[in-house]
Design a protein around this ligand. Structure first.
Ligand code: NDP
Ligand code: MG
Ligand code: MG
Length: 328
């Protein structure tokens, strides 16, 4: 494993170079402001009719169209939603790429699954913060940074890695450490993590636990606190001190009960499904499904969003978060 810190970065690779950040959302806003505050020459590329245009101007960022920014800059850092990147690349970025430019991303998706096929004459790199944009910005302002991942898919100039690391330094990531990976590894593990553990797995576990208690006649408010609210406290402990620290902080009863029952919840069957889900990611089956879903106007996603918003746990949560002052 290779991990890079500030001392490993040569900021000179970006001297006299302009970085265009395409998009000013969660990541675009944070990374462009951090890089600009770090002294890099940053411009923001946006569409004129969107909301971000005015927001970026109000932050004193130099704003131009995606076409203009891509033509003007030496490094084009694409931070718009993954599912529209290919289309914006074809229409507004591709023709602005010059020999020796760097095409950069914070997620490997479109390069790895070949929705974007850059010319040979450019570097293709990734610098990806391991945290949402708001944290990337706040940690930077606090004098620190979130950890990051760096990868080089195409090294035309011979210093592509240094270009990506210098951008990471500008965003504050090398203060915490930047791990080297590949587009393939970052893309596949990111999708697996969000599907199986972080977003898909966690919500289904919470939902199943909540519904089991409610169906057995317990008060939904009590069920909510046990299966959802308290999860954050446990995850915080694991995040700070590992499993051992968490087991140490909960009661001996919780430790014994948890250790003797957990593999009845996540069973061999579940692990088999995890492998299948990983295979769907690796073979590109998932990416195809998501592309098709987008092409047909997202019928599945819209249907599932409607169902999700009607869940009993969501209604209980909204009410209880308000009562506890967690949500207005
Ligand atoms: P957002 O959804 O926050 O991006 C929204 C921005 O994209 C807005 O500024 C929007 O402008 C702009 N945009 C949308 N459509 C267009 C268009 N057609 N032309 C020009 N600009 C457009 O994206 P994220 O920041 O969440 O993600 C960006 C990248 O970062 C992705 O690759 C993602 O995987 C990666 N990433 C995201 C993380 C996160 O925490 N969110 C973490 C790590 C990586 P407008 O106001 O005009 O609509
Ligand atoms: Mg992701
Ligand atoms: Mg308890």
């Amino acid at each position: 494993m290779k991990i890079y810190y500030e001392k490993d970065v040569n900021m000179d690779v970006l001297k006299d170079k302009t970085v265009a950040v395409i998009g000013y959302g969660s990541q675009g806003m944070a990374q462009s402001r951090n890089m600009a505050d770090s002294g890099l020459d940053v411009i923001v590329g946006l569409r004129k009719d969107g909301d971000s245009w005015e927001t970026a101007i109000s932050h004193d960022m130099p704003v131009m169209t995606v076409e203009e920014a891509s033509k003007e800059a030496d490094v084009i850092h694409v931070l718009i939603p993954d599912e529209i990147q290919a289309q914006v690349y074809e229409k507004s970025i591709k023709d602005g790429l010059k020999e020796g430019n760097t095409l950069s991303f914070s997620h490997g998706y479109n390069i790895h699954f070949q929705y974007i096929n850059p010319p040979k004459k450019v570097n293709v790199t990734m610098i990806a913060p391991k945290g949402p944009g708001s944290t990337v910005r706040q940690q930077y302002l606090d004098g620190f940074g979130v950890p990051g991942l760096v990868a080089v898919e195409q090294d035309y100039t011979g210093d592509a890695l240094q270009v990506a690391l210098a951008m990471g330094q500008g965003s504050g990531l090398t203060r915490a450490g930047v791990l080297e990976t590949t587009f393939k590894e970052e893309t596949e593990t990111d999708l697996f993590g969000e599907q199986v553990v972080l977003c898909g797995g966690a919500t289904e576990l919470i939902k199943a636990g909540f519904e089991t208690l409610v169906e057995a006649g317990y008060q939904p408010e009590v069920a909510y606190f046990e299966t959802c609210h308290e999860l954050k406290l446990i995850v915080d402990l694991i995040y700070q001190k590992g499993f051992a620290g968490m087991w140490n902080d909960v009661s001996n009863t919780a430790e014994f009960g948890g250790l003797t029952r957990r593999d009845r919840v996540i069973t061999d069957e579940s692990r088999k499904e995890m492998k299948k889900i990983l295979e769907e990611i690796q073979t590109g089956k998932f990416a195809k499904e998501w592309a098709l879903e987008n092409q047909s106007g997202r019928p599945q996603l819209n249907r599932m969003r409607a169902i999700e918003s009607e869940l009993e746990i969501e209604k209980q949560g909204k009410k209880l978060r308000k009562l506890c002052g967690l949500e207005k």
